[in-house]
Design a binder for this molecule. Structure first.
Ligand SMILES: *Cc1c(COP(=O)(O)O)cnc(C)c1O
Length: 439
């Protein structure tokens, strides 16, 4: 069962929490209890393959809501790429989370959510609307849409409609949104990202329309996106143990909405020993400031070169507080916060290349800066930086620091350039989306 962070008495089942994403009271869903993994898990966890490790963690978290055989299939199809631990030094590592189809860690959450949603609606066919798939509406300003589109591509019982602002996404991002076809379609909106979001919200608030077309959103704060992110904390910890028997990881997490960090807290609650957590941000530093002085002051976000972390009001803060029983001191004992500006980030990209011969993306560079400071505070720490995206996703920023043609573009990104864009141009008006649904 799940409850809302705004009301512990509001209880819903897995299906409600995943398909609806957000409780009506504007809180966030949390599991009623996160049980420690059983003894039998710890006997075998270091030798299981990654998907099998994920299956056991998911099974423990979902507490029998899904039959084992189905759950194993969902996890295995979601986690079909590795997360290797790469050494920078003997005490400092990068966990590369960008070997999925869209080269960012968001593939973990999105792929698992897609398959779980498909499973949860599988038996709905004879209810309100026979033969209607679940229709996921997504407004995107770039990256999230790509990960969601790829995650749902050819997933049974689902259909995705992506809205993006004309001229508001990069060429490669547009190709990620518009070339998949099959159950994925794209609307190019002659307006802004806010117009796209308004169109989606208008449709989702229309109860009749929502019922008729089985509408939902693939919100980034969906609880099902956090669970698969817990898997790689275990996977990182055991890779570190293979190198240093007895070493406990200090995770350094480049953070924006703090979903990734919350997944680490969930892993910890399930019994994973973690030495410390360092939250690294760019100048959008609401949480580091909260950790320093206990006052939470959300802001409007400020644009930076680590733009996936440009968040002024991190949505998972409610979950973090909930996990620590709303106690600032307990949160501070477990998490430290450090923030860096763009100039420091640019210098870090160059420094990591120079010192370690490693190409780190702008988000990872922010975390690397935090790790340097942390090693001074705790000289015995073994830091693991979460590498959240492949550097080729930020080619302009990277080439500015490291020079032209310094960045290798993986084949699965490069080949998109040749594919034909399939999208429909629409006016920034909710009626256009309604007409598209009804046609
Ligand atoms: C989304 C994202 C982040 C921030 O993750 P949160 O879970 O929102 O804290 C960091 N780096 C990259 C590359 C991202 O796409």
């Amino acid at each position: 069962m799940f409850y809302s962070t705004n009301n512990p008495d509001l209880r819903v089942d897995l299906k409600e929490a995943v398909i609806r994403s957000l409780p009506a009271d504007n809180g966030l869903y949390m599991p009623t209890d996160i049980s420690p993994l059983p003894e039998s898990f710890w006997e075998n966890w270091r030798t299981m393959n990654f998907a099998e490790l994920g299956f056991h963690i998911a099974k423990n978290f979902l507490q029998g809501s899904i039959p084992d055989q189905e759950l194993r299939k969902i996890v295995t199809e979601s986690i079909n790429f590795d997360a290797p631990l790469i050494p920078l030094t003997d005490q400092s590592y990068i966990l590369e989370l960008f070997h999925g189809p869209t080269l960012a860690f968001k593939d973990f959450g999105a792929r698992f959510m897609a398959r779980l949603m498909s499973y949860l609606v599988k038996n709905d066919a004879h209810q309100d609307n026979p033969s209607k798939p679940l229709t996921i509406l997504v407004a995107t300003s770039g990256d999230t849409g790509g990960a969601v589109a790829s995650a749902f591509h050819n997933v049974k019982n689902t259909k995705v409609i992506i809205l993006y602002p004309k001229g508001g996404v990069s060429d490669l991002q547009e190709k990620q949104l518009t070339t998949l076809g099959d159950n994925i379609s794209a609307l190019e909106v002659e307006g802004s990202f806010d117009d796209c979001q308004h169109m989606v919200k208008t449709c989702l608030l229309n109860t009749e329309l929502t019922k008729k077309h089985n509408l939902t959103s693939a919100n980034s704060i969906n609880i099902s996106r956090l669970l698969p992110q817990a898997f790689y904390y275990f996977h990182a910890a055991r890779q570190l143990l293979d190198i240093h028997e007895n070493a406990l990881p200090t995770f350094v997490i480049p953070s924006g909405n703090f979903g990734n960090l919350t997944a680490g807290l969930i892993a910890q609650q399930m019994g994973l020993p973690i030495r410390h957590i360092v939250a690294a941000t760019n100048i959008n530093d609401v949480i580091p400031r909260y950790l320093a002085d206990g006052s939470y002051k959300p802001n409007t976000s400020i644009p930076t070169i680590s733009n996936a972390m440009d968040v002024g009001a991190p949505s998972n803060f409610a979950r973090m507080k909930d996990i620590f029983g709303n106690d600032w001191n307990t949160m501070r004992e477990n998490i430290s916060g450090l923030a860096f500006d763009d100039q420091e980030t640019k210098d870090a990209i160059k420094a990591v290349k120079h010192i370690h011969e490693y190409t780190i993306d702008p988000h990872g560079a922010v975390a690397w800066l935090a790790a340097q400071i942390w090693h001074e505070a705790d000289p015995d720490a073994h830091t693991i930086i979460l590498g959240t995206a492949h550097p080729s996703k930020f080619i302009a920023t990277m080439e500015n620091q490291l020079g032209k043609d310094s960045i290798h573009i993986p084949e699965r990104l490069a080949c998109l350039a040749q594919l034909e864009k399939l999208s429909k141009l629409v006016k920034p008006n909710p009626q256009e989306l309604i007409d598209y649904l009804e046609q």
